[in-house]
Each structure stands twice: as C-alpha cells, then as structure tokens.
Ligand binder design. Structure first.
Ligand code: NAP
Length: 505
C-alpha cells in the first residue's frame, strides 16, 4: 500500500535517494528523499493552481474540504495502523486525533460558507462630498498564494499533512505544499492519498496540494526560500523554527513564518484552591503531565505555588501519581534523547529532586518531578525552558508578590493556568494583567492539554510560544494567517472578487 513516493502536482513521483522510516514497532519502509527539483515542481504547480483555486467559490472549496474529510475517514483503519506503528502512540489516541482532523476540515468548510471571515467592508461613493468626492471602496480578505506547511512530529494527523495549517490554507483559497515529518512518513503518505482522491473527485487543479518527504533540512530550506511561497505554517522545536523563521526573514522578499514553538505552560495554584484540594490538584497535574508522554505543546511543565504545608501535600500527591506511571514510548529516538538531556539540565540547576526516575536507553521515558525556590527560578533561565516530555517543576514562591514577579519573568506561552477558589479572586486580579500579556490562552481550574477546535480558540502567544503573537494555529481564526486585506477603489462590479458582490453591502 505504501509507495514511498512524493505526491506532486497530481502525480505520485520517485526521486533518486531514499531514507528509511524508524517506526516504534512494525517494519521499516523506504521513502524517497525530495530533491531541489521536486520542491521546484511542487511550488510551480502550486502557483499555477493558485490562479484557478484562488478564485474558486467558497461553495466549491467547502465541498473539497468535506471530500478530504470523507476520504480520510474512508482510510481510517489504515491510517491508525501505520500511525500506531510509526509513532508508538496508542490506537485510541490516533483514532481521536483522526476525528479531530476530520472535524477541523468540516469546521473550515462551514466557516467559509458563512463568509464572515472575509470581513467585507464597503464605503459607498459620495460624489458631492466637499472638498473632494469619495470614491466607492470595497475591502475584502484575499488568499495570499502558495503556502508551505511542515508536518509536526507530535501530531501525525491534526498538525500534519491534512492538519490545521493545511485546512486553514485550503479554506482561505491558498494552495499548499506539505513537507512531511520523517517521524511518520507512511501516515503522511496515506493521508496524502486521501487528499489525492478528493482532488480527483472535486476536479480541483492538480497543484492545489503537493506532499514531499525528506529527513534532512535541504528540502525544507529550499521550500521556505522559494520565491513563489508566500507563507509558512510550522509546529516544532524552537531551534528548528527559529532557523526557518530567520530564512524567511532573510529572503529578498521576506514572508510570514507562522511557527508554533516552545511553551512551559505554567500553572499558578492559588492559596485557597491549594488548601481546599491539594491532593486532587496533584493527581490531576500528574495525569495532564504524562498524557501522550508529555509530548504536547500545551503540557503544563511548571506549577507555581506558595511554600507551605498545602504545597507539600500537592507535591506528595503528584509524586505518588507520577511514580506509578511506567515507561512509555516517545515519538522518535531524537525526542527521547532530548528529554534525557533536558532532565539532566534541570537536575544540574539548583533544584531538589522529588521523583528522579532512572534514565532509559531506548525510545521510552518516565516522569520526573523537581522542586525549586522562586528566587532560584528567577536566577536561572535554564529552568524557564521547555523540556519536551513528562517533566514537572514546582516553583515555590515566598509570597504573593513573588508569584506575580515570577509571572512577569515568564517568556511568551501558549497557555497560563490559574487554579482558584472564590477566596482567591483578589490575588488573581493581580496576576491576570500579567498573564494575559504572556499567553494566547488563560484558563482557570482545568489543565491546558485539551485544546478546543472552535471559533474562540487561540493556540499561539508571544515569542517563543509562536513567532507571530497575533496569530493562532488552531480554530477558525487561524485562517487569517493565510489572508491579506485588499481594498478595491472604483473597480467595476464585473471585475471585483465575487465575494464583494455576493455578500450584502
Ligand atoms: P524539529 O526538529 O523542529 O523539526 C520539525 C521540522 O522542521 C522537521 O520537518 C525538520 O526537518 C524541520 N527542520 C528543523 N530544523 C530545520 C532547519 N534548520 N532547516 C530546515 N528544516 C528544519 O522538531 P521535531 O522533529 O518535531 O522534534 C524535535 C524537538 O522539537 C522536540 O524534542 C521538542 O523539543 C520540540 N517540539 C516541540 C513542539 C511544541 O509544540 N512545542 C512540538 C514538536 C516538537 P527534518 O526532520 O526533515 O530534518
């Protein structure tokens, strides 16, 4: 069933060199490694297709997005089978993620049909206005052109080949070239087969979507530097994202790079909540921290609280729950080894180990829990960094004022969480103005690992959570990344984009 080929401009094609997948279980497969020529063909086809697709009706694009969802569902079992082998994630997780991916496609289909995202504005002509007449003006959001998307290692479906970036770009009217993540090339290929079937069913132009594979940086670098690419969607490491962001900025024509990078997702546990439910909070944190072996962008890696008997109770409960979690398989050998290095870096800072599990030598990981004083955390930036995996760090503040000070020293975050009861409101009023400047999403009395795909979701935040703090990579608002406002002055109705005449003035 797997061919190892790229899908470029409507055809399945081979290159010269290959790389082998490194699945967590099951057989390894061989995949072609994209060359510069493959990137060139895919991007040129995306540009040619944009001339048609960029002017397609919202109704046609909605049918296309729904067809992609149908074709993914039709391949559900094979996607789960290869996904489990390649990533080591449990079957139920892969099924849930497939459901989210399909729902995302359908959400964007209905979102564009409503037309609201176009933000159409109209200023009628004022011929008699003094001292000068006003021309007729329309403003509408237009698709920006071919978009490059990088598959993410930690979401083989929802943030990869047909994930949120691809869905938002296709919904906007942009064509897409995906660089698959080498951690799950077979999963990527089956999803690309589903998109191929939808392209044929809906008679879409061949270059509307291409999918190339590779396990070196060359193809990705050529892609973001190609002059016809107009924006990039990325989820991954701070180092990788920053390197690609810099390449985009250094182009003769700089383009937006929408990178979703690192976040420690701090939780602030308020005194009364801590007093009322220390044990429950400790257990809840442990299960959020170990979900998906801690390989979520929204993993709550840091818990800030006052240093008292209640915090000791929460730490004891978290440690007891974490110590029962057995070794679990991580997504790649590289991610498992980065986790071990991250744990070592934290351990070598001025911290106390509460739970230090033995390092594994394979692709598995076990949880670790450390405690540090507020002052030591403020003094040591190593402790502010994300460790991708099930590592928890408790920061013990000596006062409410220090809690606020800790919040002020946070880097940009995807999420900040407050655990609070009614008696905590006064303290929270001091924290809220600080936290809302730090994160894309501020939440109370929950854990940030669940991300709703909806109209209100913001999955982004100030750098390094993302490279563009005005954007989100989840939810319908994410379509804005791939749109550009254009003003049409005195343009005859016959020449205006169809949206201007379709929507009421
Ligand atoms: P990654 O190393 O950033 O790689 C992601 C993608 O970017 C891959 O396709 C990779 O290409 C490409 N890439 C990276 N550096 C590049 C460069 N300098 N030039 C061109 N392309 C480049 O992320 P990863 O493989 O998913 O995982 C590694 C680490 O990323 C993890 O340990 C974790 O710390 C972090 N991570 C964070 C999040 C998050 O949401 N915060 C999510 C996933 C991963 P190739 O693989 O083809 O070489």
């Amino acid at each position: 069933m797997l061919t190892g080929q790229h899908f470029i401009a409507g055809k399945w094609v081979k290159s010269e060199d290959t790389f082998s997948s490194n699945p967590a279980s099951g057989p390894s497969h061989s995949f072609y490694l994209a060359r510069a020529a493959d990137v060139e063909t895919a991007v040129k086809a995306a540009e040619a297709a944009f001339e048609l697709y960029g002017y397609s009706s919202r109704q046609d694009r909605a049918v296309f997005l729904n067809a992609i969802a149908d074709e993914i569902e039709a391949r559900g079992d094979s996607i789960t089978e290869i996904g489990v082998q390649e990533t080591g994630l449990p079957e139920a997780r892969l099924q849930g993620e497939r459901g989210r991916t399909v729902a995302q496609m359908r959400l964007f289909a209905s979102h564009i049909l409503s037309g609201e995202y176009l933000d159409h504005r109209f200023d009628g002509a004022l011929a008699d206005r003094e001292p000068l007449p006003r021309p007729e003006l329309h403003m509408v959001q237009r698709p920006i052109g071919p978009v490059a998307v990088f598959g993410a290692s930690n979401f083989p479906l929802a943030f990869s080949t047909a994930g949120g970036d691809t869905a938002a770009a296709l919904a906007a009217g942009c064509t897409v070239v995906v660089k698959g993540h080498p951690a799950h090339p077979g999963t990527g290929e089956v999803v690309a087969q589903a998109i191929d079937a939808a392209i044929q069913k809906c008679n879409m132009p061949a270059g509307v979507f291409s999918f190339i594979q590779g396990d070196g940086f060359a193809a990705g670098q050529a892609l973001v530097q190609h002059p016809l690419i107009k924006a990039v969607g990325f989820t991954g490491s701070l180092a990788g994202g920053r390197a690609l962001f810099d390449l985009c900025a250094a182009r003769p024509e700089p383009i937006p790079f929408f990178g979703e990078l690192g976040s420690v997702n701090p939780m602030f546990v308020m005194p009364e909540a801590l007093k009322n439910r220390a044990e429950e909070l400790g257990q809840g944190w442990a299960s959020s921290l170990t979900m998906g072996v801690g390989q979520f962008c929204t993993n709550p890696g840091i818990a800030v609280m006052l240093d008292n008997a209640d915090s000791k109770a929460m730490i004891t409960a978290a440690s007891a729950a974490l110590s029962e979690v057995s070794a679990q398989t991580m997504l790649t050998d590289g991610i498992a080894s980065a986790y071990r290095s991250g744990v070592a870096a934290i351990e070598n800072a001025d911290v106390t180990s509460v739970l230090r599990t033995a390092d594994t030598e394979d692709r598995t990981a076990r949880p670790n829990l450390f405690v540090v004083s507020g002052q030591a955390w403020l003094d040591n930036p190593t402790l502010h960094q994300e460790v991708f995996g099930p590592l928890g760090l408790v920061v013990l503040a000596d006062s409410i004022e220090q809690m606020v000070e800790l919040a002020r020293h946070l880097e940009g975050q995807l999420t900040c969480t407050l655990h609070l009861d009614q008696g905590d409101y006064e303290v929270c009023q001091k924290l809220m103005p600080v936290l809302e400047r730090k994160a894309g999403r501020v939440l109370a009395n929950g854990f940030p690992t669940g991300v709703e795909v909806s109209d209100t979701m913001v999955h982004g935040g100030p750098y390094p959570a993302s490279t563009n703090f005005g954007a989100t990579s989840v939810g319908t608002l994410s379509i804005r990344r791939f749109l550009r406002p254009v003003c049409y002055q005195n343009i005859p109705i016959e020449l205006l984009p169809r949206e201007c005449s379709e929507l009421s003035v």
